[in-house]
Design a binder for this molecule. Sequence first.
Ligand SMILES: [Zn+2]
Length: 143
Amino acid sequence: MKNCQRCGTQLDDNANQCPRCGATIQRSTNPFADQPLPVAGGPVYYPPPPPPSSAADDPAMSWVIPVHNPVLAIVSSYCGLIGLGCPLLGPIAVVTGFLAIQQIRKTPGLTGMGRCIFGIVSGVIGSLVLLLVILALIASNLS
Ligand SMILES: [Zn+2]
């Protein structure tokens, strides 16, 4: 509903002229003016948020945060790495590395084979160093 701008009489929405005073009714030039405005706080469409980028999809991030790696592979690689300086961890790296490879082969979706191999190789080196140390200790005791 709207009112006459001159006399204030209530008018039909479609009226072109005021039935009381005869004033010409200026129709709104906006074709959408008569439509109800969208209610504030009403349903508003929000686009769905993009799916969170998984750390496992990024090769670099999957090395830092090994999501799909078995725990044994992580243990093996770190024992191997530390074992290069502390040979006592070498055998642990070898054993956990082989166990992790078995786990990866049994479980589809698991990765980290390179981590296992790194752990085993560095573990073998650490174990050889450890063996040499033991042999040297034995030899020094014998002499
Ligand atoms: Zn009027």
